[in-house]
Design a protein around this ligand. Sequence first.
Ligand code: DX5
Ligand code: ZN
Length: 220
Amino acid sequence: MEYILAPSILAADFGNLRQDVKTVAEAGAQYIHIDVMDGMFVPSISFGMPVIKSIRSCTDKVFDVHMMVEDPGRYVESIRAAGADIITVHQEACTHLDRVIGQIKASGAKAGVALNPATPVSTLECVLDQVDMVLVMSVNPGFGGQKFIPYTLDKVRALRQYFDRKGLSTDIQVDGGVSAANVKEIMLAGANVFVAGSAVFGGDAAARTKEFVEIFSSMQ
Ligand code: DX5
Ligand code: ZN
């Protein structure tokens, strides 16, 4: 399995964002995780298309955009145009989830669907075969630096079992409270894409990125 680190720029220095993106990209992060927050679906407001556009030219790594936004279908085309390669929307934020997944795919991006900690995997039963990635939130979305919620790993296990049974190589991403100390356990549960905000940007971002990458190769 290919293991991927997706540093979340929510924890980066916004005054030095282009350099922070380059640092983690050069240190071996394959994705850049970009948290868009609207102050409605989650309490915080982060940033939107202009910021994504302004960092697009720093790297050709995958821009993995996590939309913590009500009714995200309104923004699919403009987020794609700003430079998103993967667009992940919350199940809880979409009345017409099937339509939004179709919209994301039609835009040329990969489609991800996210689940809050309290939302069961069964809510995705009808669309699981259509998505490129499922994002299992391991904290309640809205803020960086929160503590990992262990029961969310049961959802990772259930999803991996489902995809294995179906012969699908769909990505399973885990986001929130991921660190070098707990990432192995999350890998063993079946996830392969790991978002890390404070665990990467809370210190020497290049060294911390490399530490994750080394853990990944030790588990191959
Ligand atoms: C939380 C965001 C996360 C956040 C993770 O709502 O979706 O991507 O940046 O931060 P850490 O890794 O610090 O928990
Ligand atoms: Zn996120």
